[in-house]
Design a binder for this molecule. Structure first.
Ligand code: G6P
Length: 793
């Protein structure tokens, strides 16, 4: 038996010690013993109380019988009668005897067996007479445990004495001892049982999840990718699992950053950096300088509260071109749009930028209001913009706008000619649909200039472009460039087909070049990108996205836990209303997310002089308001619309904290928000939901692709994004980051400038196609109705 007890004791002590550690072991055994002791004491007390109550009940019954007989006898003062009453009473039940006292506590009658041992009245008797109410007590009488119950005897409510019933309490005393013995035995058994149960519970509820967590951490330490869903799910472990998963995310991010650094070291030759671009451009330009022309200026100076402040306008073009100019120290000619632009520049409109650490020259061009209305708002943005974007807004072409377009193109050409004066073989990068005529205007004066025009928006099919009444002039203007760039191959194809339909020219479909009046223009795709390289990407792990989200929500005064994000100019091509409907449908289909997901739309007001844009802003606001009215509850609402221009610095925390970013362009040349979001996610988290009608969808194939017109698909994509396991999120984001890193904007500029400087220039009539073109045999052409030459082969 002893060895069994010893064995149990040993396993009771050793098993929890193994499982819980020595200190915890002491706590567990100590607490278990205390609990069992407490229970035992409580049980013993209850039993003793019920035993005492039983003795007291029987004594009271006897006393009440005697009371009614004793009171008149005591009143009559007959001691003999009282003694006779007491004598009659002997040996009833457990009773040993009784005694009757007068009001002074003198015994008037007492059972003979008690007389010798009860000399003084018991205190219960004294108390009963004092308080006029029954009292009881245990006391030893003649060496035996005795229970005494005393009742006051009364006459006309006045206490005249007391009667005391003495009962043998040996049973209670011995029972008391046995209760304690049993209780202690119980204590031992309960302690052992509780310990055994504790061990079993510990084994099943703690050891298995702890083992799983240990295995998970080991996988993480040894470089395997642990699966988040394998972390313990039990409520007890949730806070721990959350912390462990956060540590894992940071560790993975740090490891990925280290890998990335190593990778960058290994592939230093393959990746484009600002430094590599600078050296490349210097070599390629061979002493020539780089010039860029765009309508939108990279820095605007405005007066705010009496002082001049600068800002960077919301423009994909600016986002892309700025790092290139910074790397090459060229000159950027652009329209002055800030009210303090003039006072911030010299008398020729030049200012070194970026403000504070100048790296290149901005040459500003001022337009009159009429010029801006006709050129920018009219021809460019009411005509060409909707013409090139298939977003179902009708293009408007007015001849006065066309006239302004020509005037302004000439004005910019003049400014550029001034800048390149004296420069040998300058390299000019003309930007966008605002300046289709510029290449021709410059070439006329400076045939030695190498000119590329990069078209930042889509090029539609020939039928659509044919709507433009001046398509031939536009095409002619562009074809004076040596190189025409689009974001994707499909836009190059559309352009060549348009030229093919509209103009007399020779098109080489193999090398994608057009020969028009003996001038050769090469047409190529150059997918534009963002500044993502080893040199300017923060490789340290990003701040905790949860904390970033919480801070943003606090700042916005919204109570939510999940953040969806959209960042756009408010433009009808961006599908903002469609996106809101996707959010609405998502909340309809998945009510669980109500109160949790808030979608923040950062919307920069754009082209606000144009009625279509004014209407759109009202529509976007009304749609956000309608959806918010439908679902909002307490401090939560589904959509936050931030209608103002935000700086890159302001947008960054949103990118870093967003659980998903929604890019739902109805049609887009590239869309750099998609790439900025990817470049911002150093933690490899977050999901990109991307319109298949944005050029970026050709490169960011790990995004969740959507048709923004399909509300159901949008809602399902949001759900997929929010439910996506973290390993998949991270794998997809990593692949997209790889894409953007390798195809960053430095590479875009390098490819564009490399292609342009590789083109052999000559006198217009003597110009030959580049080497690959000259190898192409002449082809046969036929006249087409549009007056162009059609390639038969
Ligand atoms: C697109 C165009 C750019 C233009 C930008 C912003 O990205 O391709 O040329 O700068 O939108 O538009 P905005 O009219 O404000 O310059």
């Amino acid at each position: 038996m002893a060895w069994v007890t010893k064995g149990i004791w040993h396993s009771c002590c050793s098993a929890p010690r193994v499982l819980l550690g020595r200190r915890l072991n002491v706590y567990v055994i100590g607490s278990v013993t205390l609990i069992a002791l407490g229970l035992t004491l409580f049980q013993a007390k209850v039993e003793l109380r019920s035993l005492t109550e039983e003795v007291e009940r029987s004594a009271l019954a006897l006393a009440e019988i005697q009371e009614s007989a004793a009171e008149p006898l005591l009143q009559g003062g007959s001691s003999a009668a009282l003694q006779a009453l007491v004598d009659r009473f002997q040996n009833r039940g457990q009773s040993v005897g009784e005694a009757i006292y007068d009001v002074k506590g003198q015994p008037l009658a007492i059972t003979a067996a008690l007389a010798a041992n009860v000399v003084f009245p018991p205190s219960a008797v004294v108390q009963a007479m004092r308080h006029g109410w029954r009292q009881s007590e245990f006391l030893p009488v003649g060496g035996k445990p005795m229970h005494v119950l005393a009742l006051p005897l009364k006459s006309n409510d006045a206490v005249i004495g007391a009667i005391a019933i003495f009962q043998d309490a040996a049973g209670v005393a011995s029972h008391d001892a046995s209760v304690w013995r049993h209780a202690l035995e119980n204590l031992a058994v309960q302690t052992v049982l509780i310990l055994i149960i504790t061990i079993v519970v510990v084994r099943w509820s703690l050891r298995r999840p702890l083992r799983r967590m240990a295995q998970w951490l080991e996988d993480l330490r040894t470089g395997k990718t642990p699966v988040e869903s394998e972390l313990p799910k039990e409520a007890l472990f949730r806070p721990l699992a959350k912390e462990v998963s956060r540590i894992a995310t940071s560790l993975q991010a740090a490891r990925a950053a280290a890998d990335e650094e190593a990778h960058l070291r290994d592939t230093a030759q393959a990746l484009w950096t600002p430094e590599r671009l600078r050296i490349f451009v210097q070599t390629k330009l061979d002493g020539a300088r780089l010039f860029a022309v765009s309508n939108r200026e990279p820095y605007e100076h405005n007066t705010r509260a009496g002082s001049v402040v600068w800002s960077v306008p919301a423009s994909g073009l600016v986002t892309a071109l700025e790092p290139v100019l910074q790397a090459c120290d060229g000159t950027w000619v652009a329209q002055a749009t800030g009210d303090a632009d003039r006072e911030s520049a010299d008398d020729r409109g030049r200012v070194r930028v970026p403000p504070g650490h100048p790296q290149y020259t901005l040459r500003r061009v001022w337009l009159s209001k009429e010029e801006e209305d006709g050129f920018y708002f009219g021809f460019a943005n009411e005509g060409l913009w909707p013409l090139c974007h298939i977003a179902h807004t009708r293009p408007i072409f007015r001849s006065e706008d066309w006239a302004a377009y020509q005037v302004v193109n000439q004005k910019f050409a003049d400014a550029l000619l001034e800048e390149i004066e004296g420069e040998k073989n300058p390299v000019v990068l003309v930007q966008d649909y605002h300046f289709a005529l510029l290449p021709q205007m410059i070439k006329k004066q400076r045939p030695d200039a190498r000119i590329a025009i990069f078209w930042h928006i889509p090029w539609p099919n020939p039928e659509a472009f044919g709507i433009c009444p001046w398509q031939r002039e536009m095409l002619d203007g562009m074809l004076s460039a040596d190189l025409i760039g689009f974001h994707i191959q499909a836009h190059c194809n559309n352009f060549l087909e348009t030229v093919d339909r509209a103009l007399e020219s020779r098109i080489d479909w193999e090398s994608f070049a057009v020969n028009r009046r003996d001038h050769v223009t090469v047409v190529r795709p150059f997918p534009i990108s963002v500044a993502f390289s080893a040199a300017n990407v923060d490789l340290t792990p990003a701040p905790d996205p949860d904390a970033e989200r919480t801070a943003l929500f606090r700042q916005l005064g919204v109570e939510a836990s999940l953040l969806g994000l959209g960042v756009d100019r408010i433009d009808y091509t961006k599908g903002i209303v469609e996106r809101f409907r996707g959010i609405e449908r998502f909340l309809e289909l998945f009510p669980f997310y109500r109160g949790q997901l808030t979608f923040v739309q950062i919307g920069a007001p754009s082209r606000t002089h144009i009625k279509r844009y004014q209407d759109l802003m009202l529509e976007v606001e009304a749609e956000a308001e309608r959806i918010n009215q439908r679902w909002r509850k307490g401090e939560w609402k589904p959509i936050v619309l931030l209608e103002r221009q935000h700086s890159h610095e302001e947008i960054k925390p949103y990118y870093r904290g967003a659980n998903f970013c929604l890019v739902t362009s109805l049609h887009d040349g590239m869309n750099l928000v998609a790439k900025e979001y990817v470049a911002s996610r150093a933690d490899r988290d977050g999901v990109l939901i991307l319109s298949r009608f944005a050029g970026a969808s050709q490169q960011l194939q790990d995004a969740l692709m959507v048709n923004p017109y399909d509300t159901e698909e949008l809602a399902q994509a949001i759900h997929t994004a929010l439910e996506m396991p973290s390993e998949e999120r991270s794998a997809r984001m990593e692949r997209m980051r790889e894409q953007v890193r390798e195809n960053n904007v430095y590479r875009w500029a390098g490819d564009l400038i490399g292609e342009l400087t590789g083109i052999r220039l000559g006198k217009a009539d003597a110009q030959k196609p580049r080497a690959p073109l000259s190898a192409v045999p002449p082809r046969e052409f036929e006249e087409v109705a549009a007056g162009g030459m059609r390639h038969r082969g």
